[in-house]
Design a protein around this ligand. Structure first.
Ligand code: BGC
Length: 388
């Protein structure tokens, strides 16, 4: 029988983006430099969202969203150390006004992976001064841009960033050194705290929290080594950063994409990234976050699916698991799909299509994918339907 499942009142529904992945025209950051050196794909004009944000937000509004996550590009705001660009400030203020004018509650991410060149050339987050530098940038953003912004995310996915940059070595700064990974992560923890207090200084009522890249680490048999590995990774990847920043976290942002099995692997349908689709994982990860007794906003959840053949079920199946976690008392207050637009998927360039809206990167034409209308129905009714 079909059941209609209600989400809590005032639940926030929307989508997320990140500056470098959509804006276009950012040449003074580490990823642009790496592209010039031929080490990562060129981002160039991306979705030209820097110029098209108003019409893109028209689409989000039309799709029934009531919130939206952007990130601010550090290299635009502080192109040289301690020198701030007021044109960039005006731009982001206009962006926030454009969101509010369309009834989209903004979530503002202060940093999403890309670093200004002056900062990356001076050791990035290995530098002892890095947390203070990030604090100074955050303070400027708080003072000049964050008026009336309720939700602020200093740092996106700390573990993904340090692992790719300092262990796998496939993202700038292309290092393979676990010791450096640890230093960078420790500095990100300090940077989060510095940013938290900088935001609170100007906006004591703003809610500040990280976007955490939690994974469901699952031991798929009783082998004690697998059990141990799953437990260790849960602590190290999912909870270490949160444990260290508990006091400076008003809410937890969750980015959930997949599970990671220890032991025999289950056969799963795959996204265009090759990631197994495992909706139940979001339920377990949410339950794990329940121990912090903080509100949770799902800040990213989505898939690369160029043909849009799996996105509808992906969304509905994950939302059913979110609903279950809410029934089990996890205080989930919002869901933001990744992403509104197809975008620059880091080392994969523009080939992996995460958008509710398809982008033709030659003509910049936007085309709403069919699954976006299924999600629209969810957003507008605050419900999902489920055969139970
Ligand atoms: C990141 C996004 C990325 C998405 C899909 C997250 O790790 O925050 O920048 O595009 O996953 O891979």
């Amino acid at each position: 029988m079909k059941h209609i499942l209600n989400f809590p009142e005032k639940f926030l529904w929307g989508a997320s983006t990140a500056s470098f992945q959509v804006e276009g025209g950012i040449e003074n950051c580490d990823w642009a430099e790496a592209a010039r050196e031929g080490r990562v794909p060129v981002c160039g004009a991306a979705c030209d969202h820097y110029n098209r944000y108003e019409s893109d937000f028209d689409i989000a509004q039309k799709l029934g969203h009531n919130c939206h996550k952007i990130s601010i590009e550090w290299a635009r705001i502080e192109p040289e150390e301690g020198k701030f660009d007021m044109e960039a400030v005006t731009h982001y203020k206009n962006v926030l006004n454009a969101l509010r004018a369309r009834g989209l509650e903004p979530f503002v991410n202060i940093w999403h992976f890309t670093l200004p060149l002056w900062f990356s050339h001076d050791g990035g987050f290995l530098n002892k001064k890095s947390a203070a530098r990030f604090g100074r940038y955050s303070e400027f953003v708080a003072k000049e841009i964050l008026n009336d912004v309720k939700y602020v995310v200093p740092i996106n996915e700390p573990e993904v960033w340090v692992t790719n940059g300092y262990l796998r070595g496939n993202w700038p700064p292309f290092k393979k050194n676990p010791w450096k990974l640890l230093i960078a992560l420790r500095n990100l923890i300090k940077a989060h705290k510095a940013s938290y207090y900088a935001v609170k200084k100007y906006h004591p009522d703003a809610l500040v929290g990280p976007s955490k890249d939690n994974i469901y680490f699952k031991a798929t048999n009783v082998n004690p080594i697998n059990q141990l590995l799953a437990a260790f990774m849960g602590w190290w990847w999912n909870r270490y950063f949160l444990n260290q920043t508990k006091k400076e976290t008003d809410f937890i942002g969750l980015n959930y994409y997949f599970y990671s099995p220890f032991g025999p692997k289950e056969e799963l349908p795959k996204t265009d990234m090759g990631w197994g689709i495992y909706p139940e994982g979001i339920y377990h990860v949410l339950l794990e976050l329940g121990r912090y007794h903080k509100p949770v906003y799902i800040m990213e959840n989505g898939l690369a699916d160029a043909t849009d053949s799996k996105r509808k079920d992906f969304i509905l199946d994950h939302l059913f698991q979110v609903y279950r976690a809410i029934q089990d008392n996890v205080d989930v207050k919002g869901y933001l799909h990744w992403s509104l637009l197809d975008n620059y998927e880091w080392v994969f360039g523009f080939e992996r299509r995460f958008g509710l809206v398809e982008i033709d990167f030659v003509t910049q034409e936007r085309k709403i994918r069919p699954s976006a209308f299924v999600y629209k129905h969810v957003c507008e009714t605050n419900t999902i339907e489920k055969e139970l």
